[in-house]
Write a protein that binds this ligand. Structure first.
Ligand code: PMP
Ligand code: GLN
Length: 403
């Protein structure tokens, strides 16, 4: 029987911890809502509109039907840990012990968050590059640490590392360096020379590195992926994070992982066991099979498809009057809005859905540091969508500002 008593009044001031005071609904959610309101094509969130490999989907469904539906070990299914270690050995020449040096996580997000929680004390500083993926600041904040983001420099149409600025940002409180390559949101893929420079900073200051390599298979124009862990002397101080989401177009599965020396992987595991313990048994099994059998062929095909979509988007944006930055990897292109009469990317993104029926995200949404005149006029467009969607989006943009 329902109680006749009135509901207690809702407290107006519910407590909220200091460490989440700055947490707001993510820019991806906001942009999606804005796009829906205006019936706009959403080139904001990096959510793939391309299909996943058929065999991967069939394997997951078979795994569910066969009853693989209970908790996996906290570190992840041994089949998947072995497949991850084999894949890294094949592609980067680095050997990881599947039992002690690989941990499966609920997406790369959990790996990064668990790493910061496991490795930082309150007051420590985490060095990264600006702009950066939004989860980094949140993860640092949950750990009580401070994110220190060093602006990427720009040279012509490309972003580049400023080694001197990175070095100058190191303090006695710097605990670790968090590097993302290929980089979200700029589309930069760090070169071997730039990684050597990052490694020098880490080695000189005895920093641990966490590298977010979720777009590792998506480096374009024939330039291969370089991992910081491959630089001499870096394997032993680097935790490499990646994920199946972007590699196989299954971002909703949230199968990620971290590889590194057992000291680092063990620390991540000790935290992640209390965040999620474990997740996604049938998905882990399916990803294990895919990494073993078909990874190379699938990723080569995906890379060439996305490179074509990048080129379609770039040509379309340029025709619409937006000058683009070079995209060397990942899902995103940055475009400068000054060519269409705007000075500020955020302003442009507010107007864009109503004006052109397209949604995108201002680069400033990923800025951690103070206002930056170079990057605040940029807007991030994602091209991980079917070719006709990219074409339609750019045709909607064309002619909107140059009547
Ligand atoms: N790191 C970067 C740089 C990203 O762009 C994303 C978004 N996919 C993630 C991590 C999150 O990865 P996952 O979905 O595997 O948690
Ligand atoms: N990584 C995706 C992006 O940058 C979004 C992930 C998310 O929605 N949290 O667009």
């Amino acid at each position: 029987m329902p109680s006749a008593q009135p509901l207690p009044p809702t407290p107006t001031r519910l407590p909220r911890a200091d460490r989440i005071q700055n947490f707001r609904p993510s820019v991806f959610t906001e942009t999606r809502e804005l796009a829906e309101r205006h019936g706009a094509i959403d080139l904001g969130q990096g959510a793939p509109g391309l299909s996943a490999p058929r065999a991967l989907l069939d394997d997951a469904m078979a795994a569910i039907a066969e009853g693989h539906n209970q908790y996996p070990p906290a570190a992840g299914l041994p089949e998947l840990r072995r497949a991850i270690a084999d894949s890294r050995l094949r592609r980067s020449g680095i050997r990881y012990d599947a039992d002690r040096e690989v941990v499966v996580t609920a997406g790369a997000t959990e790996a990064v968050t668990a790493a910061l929680l496991a490795l930082c004390n309150p007051g420590d500083e985490v060095l990264t590059l600006d702009p950066c993926y939004d989860a980094y600041e949140a993860a640092a904040s949950l750990a009580g640490a401070r994110l220190v983001a060093v602006p990427l420099a720009t040279e012509g149409d490309r972003f580049c590392l400023d080694e001197a600025a990175l070095r100058a940002a190191v303090t006695p409180r710097t605990r670790l360096l968090l590097l993302n390559s290929p980089h979200n949101p700029t589309g930069k893929a760090f070169t071997a020379a730039e990684l050597a420079a990052v490694a020098r900073v880490c080695l000189d200051h005895e920093l641990t590195a966490v590298t977010d390599e979720v777009y590792e298979h998506l480096v374009y124009d024939g330039a291969g992926h370089h991992s910081l862990a491959s630089v001499p002397d870096m394997r032993e101080r680097t935790l490499v994070v990646s994920s199946a989401g972007k590699t196989f177009n299954v971002t909703g599965w949230k199968v990620g992982w971290a590889c590194g020396p057992d000291r680092l992987v063990g620390a991540v595991l000790s935290v992640k066991q209390f965040l999620t313990f474990a997740s996604g048994t049938p998905f882990q099994l399916a990803v294990a099979r895919m990494l073993g059998d078909e990874e190379e062929a699938w990723t080569a095909e995906l890379r060439s498809t996305l490179q074509r979509h990048r080129d379609l988007l770039r040509t379309g944006l340029e025709q619409a009057g937006l000058r683009t930055y070079r995209c060397e990897g990942g899902y995103f292109l940055q475009a400068d809005v000054r060519g269409v009469g705007y000075l500020d990317g955020a302003r442009f993104c507010r107007d864009l859905p109503a004006r052109a029926g397209v949604a995108a995200i201002p680069c400033s949404a990923f800025r951690h540091g103070p206002q930056n005149p170079h990057t605040d006029r940029l807007v991030r467009f994602s091209f991980c969508k079917p070719a006709d969607v990219v074409r339609e989006a750019t045709s909607r943009l064309t002619g909107k500002w140059r009547a």
